[in-house]
Design a protein around this ligand. Structure first.
Ligand code: FES
Length: 106
């Protein structure tokens, strides 16, 4: 089972076991992480699942799609590594993935 680490702005790390096929927003919400809300239920319209992918992992992920890019325009603290958690599906290849949570969502 892949392990995904979410790092809060204050450095607190949460390493979670993730079932393949789930997405990062669902994983965070199910485990009660405070910084990911998932207000739209994963429909790519709210940006409350905004996160920053660790630089070491950006090439492993498929690039954001057009709809995700449009929604990210509304995210605070957007960077080159910004993604929406609901649009990243866990696969075995993502075992060890690290993502960072924006300060504005803490
Ligand atoms: Fe709303 Fe991801 S949960 S955009």
């Amino acid at each position: 089972m892949p392990k995904i680490t979410f790092v809060e702005h204050d450095g607190t790390a949460h390493t979670l076991d993730a079932e393949t096929g789930t997405n990062l927003m669902q994983l965070a919400v199910r485990n009660g992480l405070p910084s990911i809300i998932g207000e739209c239920g994963g429909n790519c319209i709210c940006s409350t699942c905004h996160l920053h992918v660790d630089a070491a992992w950006t090439r492993t992920l498929a690039p954001a799609g057009e709809e995700e890019e449009m929604t990210l325009e509304f995210a605070e603290e957007r960077t080159a590594t910004s993604r929406l958690g609901c649009q990243i599906t866990v696969t075995d290849e993502l075992d060890g993935l690290v993502v960072h949570l924006p300060e504005t969502q803490s």
